[in-house]
Design a protein around this ligand. Structure first.
Ligand code: ACO
Length: 324
């Protein structure tokens, strides 16, 4: 028994923030941002929008019938910007969809959250515990970004993806294999305050520890290594070579990281799906958003082997091989 992607859809907030717009308030410019990151614009959700409201829009965009909703056995939400510390955003989605009983959990793996969630969903399905699992990756990074820090404010954007996985007995399609990992580099990308060690208080609110703090150049170096290592692992697990892969969808963090990945794997950029120019880095939502767009743009055909690959704070990493 295998898991396959039955439906996938995105929700992107309306408000576009161009590089030019950022340059009005930050000491930066379009040329620097575009050449160093590949980003031209990103989206910022409205004040009233949350990771939950974006999730509900994305689920609505799946266009699934009432019966499919009733059949959902588990909801997994990948996010670093959950609705409340407790209960989980997944539980709030369950309530909104009026599903009587299902497994609900939020998963924290930063930008690797989508791959970690797809793995969890696949395991639940392959073990026979579930037949239908909804994975939602929803991020409102605009709330945890210091808009005065040009090192991070230029990179991140808001967005959401919903992916419905179902069991299949068809051996020729679905999630073929997964590779996951994490290595201790917590200080490279950290939101210091707001957890149990350092709750946000009046006395620490001014030190900006509730915002993302990042050592970008160090992440850059590690990212290329973990990306290519994970893809090599998955190819070896599946007894395939890179020539058997039709499309690679990497986490959209920086076009230079993606180009280095292509070089280290010895593949042309035609094989790498890129949409960072439009969205920036939407963290856990980035790969789901990219996969949905790649399908919509006809870049994935039946029978294609597609590799999804991620790295994120932790540092976590992972990749997934899917046969469509
Ligand atoms: N505009 C103009 N100049 C800038 C900006 C900016 N926005 N940011 C930095 N600079 C300047 C720096 O001050 C520095 O100037 P100096 O040489 O006079 O000191 C110069 O540009 C180079 O700075 P670097 O930080 O070395 O720039 P780099 O080429 O490394 O690019 C970047 C920075 C884009 C952040 C890059 O390191 C990167 O993308 N790293 C990966 C980050 C990443 O992937 N993060 C997400 C992790 S996933 C997750 O879990 C959320």
């Amino acid at each position: 028994m295998k898991a396959y992607i039955k439906k996938i859809a995105n929700y992107i907030p309306k408000n576009i923030i161009t590089n030019e717009k950022l340059s009005e308030t930050l000491d930066t410019n379009h040329e620097w941002i575009a050449s160093r990151t590949g980003i031209s614009q990103r989206y910022r959700s409205g004040k009233e929008e949350t990771s939950l409201s974006m999730a509900l829009h994305a689920i609505n965009n799946l266009n699934i019938i009432e019966d499919d909703i009733k059949n959902i056995d588990a909801i997994i939400v990948a996010t670093s910007t959950k609705q409340h510390p407790s209960p989980s955003t997944a539980t709030l989605i369950q309530n909104s969809l009026e599903i009587k009983n299902c497994i609900t959990l939020d998963l924290s793996a930063a930008c690797s959250g989508y791959i970690y969630s797809i793995n969890t969903a696949t395991t639940l399905i392959e073990s026979g515990q579930c037949e239908t699992v909804l994975v939602v990756s929803s991020e409102k990074y605009s709330d945890i970004i210091n808009w005065e820090d040009r090192g991070t404010a230029i990179l991140f954007g808001d967005g959401c993806n919903a992916t419905l996985l179902e069991k299949t007995n068809d051996d020729n399609k679905g999630i073929i294999s997964i590779d996951l990992g994490s290595e201790e580099h917590a200080s490279l990308l950290l939101v210091k305050n707001g957890g149990s060690i350092s709750p946000i208080t009046e006395s620490n609110i001014d030190d900006n520890g509730h915002y993302v703090q990042m050592i970008g150049s160090e992440i850059f170096k590690h990212a290329i290594f973990f990306f290519s290592q994970s893809i090599k692992n998955i190819l070896s697990k599946s007894s395939l070579t890179i020539n058997d892969i039709d499309l690679i969808i990497p986490h959209q963090a920086n076009i230079r990281i993606m180009k280095s990945l292509a070089k280290s794997m010895d593949v042309s950029m035609d094989k790498i799906f890129v949409n960072i120019q439009n969205y920036g880095n939407t963290s856990a939502a980035s790969i789901g958003i990219a996969l949905s767009e790649a399908i919509e743009q006809g870049k994935i055909k039946e029978g294609d082997n597609v590799v999804l690959a991620a790295f994120g704070a932790g540092l976590t990493w992972g990749s997934t091989l899917i046969k469509f």
